[in-house]
Design a protein around this ligand. Structure first.
Ligand code: ZN
Ligand code: ZN
Length: 406
């Protein structure tokens, strides 16, 4: 898999000590002042590439969308998936390179700050429009018809790359021209932009309820308070309490993996109970009367794993509708961190449906009244893999290890 995280030059917000972060880091622990903080943004993180421009040059920061995630496409022969790691112009212009290229992986980035010198061009291409280009490209390589596509992006950001103009457009990262001479009427002030008005935010990692130190892995999207048994995730400028439960298990060597259990009203199809699902997916199962009383839920992993595993796991869990009694407390065993947010898990629902529906056809259901619960599901730890007990689904440890690059 061709992917890697880029690195970010950072300064501890408490003591100013320098640090290098990984792109997926959220929980920052400063080795100098021992203070932990949690990085937040209201939408997506914004970075700049370093400039090597001569000193007197006025910098123009050109924005690129950067997306790293999974593309799924459902056709008559099943669901195909692909992992992509791409960047694309967020301002439509043929004077600038179409993408950042591979430079972002070789160079350290910085977070945009309001005092970064230079003019920041304002994106005029919405991310969804750029995403369509990638989806169409993927679709083009697949057998027709394609019933449904989804992108599940764990990582969306804006990278500003510096340029300057001196009869030609120069790439300030390389200090090399990217265009031949510019037309006479080229005027950089035609691009709207100005000073950057974005700044990274951070939260102290203290439990809002009891003041205890919150815990988590550096890329965790949900933090844990072991003192008052609560889970917290950032919501705007504060931590918000998250409802959760676990399925108890008496076996030894258990590790709990997090899943989003999602209930939604699905238009066009009757999918309210387990019985409805057995019919809809044409499962080789006799519908028992009590199946009608079991409420149907979608299940999605709440952690990143390669797309070849992600969707089959979501489907297996959805088709098995785990029925174990839920305990609304933290289990004692090890918890695997939440690295895929609920907002992305929602994107899996339609592709999940499209994948198990028999026979396959075009469906455009609307999902409304969504409610969710984070459920920790027990997996038995074997030598090389983790196995889910009710479905026997196995995830290799290596896949989880590799997932930190996704
Ligand atoms: Zn510090
Ligand atoms: Zn607490």
């Amino acid at each position: 898999m061709k992917s890697s995280n880029f690195l970010i030059d950072y300064q501890c917000p408490q003591c100013g000590a320098p640090a290098v972060l990984d792109e997926t880091d959220r929980l920052f622990f400063c080795e100098y002042c021992r203070v932990k903080s949690y990085l937040i943004t209201k939408d997506y993180f914004r970075y700049t590439l370093p400039s090597k421009a001569p000193e007197n040059k006025k910098l123009l920061y050109f924005p690129y969308w950067r997306f790293k995630g999974m593309l799924f496409s459902c056709g008559s022969d099943g669901v195909r998936q692909k992992f992509i790691d791409v960047s694309h112009q967020a301002v439509n212009s043929h004077f600038f390179p179409i993408s950042v290229g591979f430079r972002s992986q070789a160079l350290k980035l910085k977070f945009v700050t309001p005092d970064t010198e230079g003019r920041f061009l304002e994106p005029d291409q919405p991310f969804e429009k750029v995403m369509n280009i990638f989806e169409e490209r993927f679709k083009g390589s697949l057998p027709k018809p394609v019933f449904h596509q989804a992108h599940i992006g764990e990582s969306l950001s804006l990278i500003y790359s510096p340029f300057y103009v001196n009869n030609r457009v120069y790439d300030a990262v390389l200090n090399e021209p990217v265009t031949s001479s510019l037309p006479d009427d080229f005027d950089e002030s035609n691009f709207s932009g100005g000073r950057p008005d974005w700044q990274i935010g951070f939260l102290p990692t203290l439990c809002p309820e009891c003041g205890w130190d919150l815990e988590g892995r550096r890329d965790s999207l949900v933090l844990i308070c072991k003192n008052c048994d609560s889970l917290w995730r950032p919501d705007g400028k504060k931590f918000e309490k998250l409802l959760f439960a676990h399925i108890p298990e008496k076996e030894k060597n258990i590790i709990y993996l997090p899943f989003w259990r999602i209930r939604a009203d699905v238009s066009e199809i009757d999918l309210r109970s387990y019985a409805d699902m057995v019919r809809f997916a044409n499962l080789p199962k006799v519908v028992q009367p009590e199946f009608s009383d079991i409420k149907f839920s979608f299940w999605s992993p709440a952690f990143k794993v390669r797309p070849q595993t992600f969707l089959p796991l979501a489907q297996k869990m959805t088709l098995s509708q785990p029925q174990g009694k839920l305990i609304y407390k933290l289990p004692v065993s090890e918890l695997y961190p939440v690295t895929l947010p609920f907002s992305e898990a929602i994107e899996t629902l339609k592709i999940n449906l499209a994948g198990f529906m028999k026979p396959r056809k075009k469906l455009l259901p609307k999902l409304s009244d969504k409610s969710y619960l984070l459920v920790y599901v027990p997996f038995i730890e074997k030598h090389h893999e983790l196995i889910e007990l009710s479905s026997n689904f196995a995830i290799t440890k290596n896949q989880l290890k590799m997932a930190s690059n996704l």
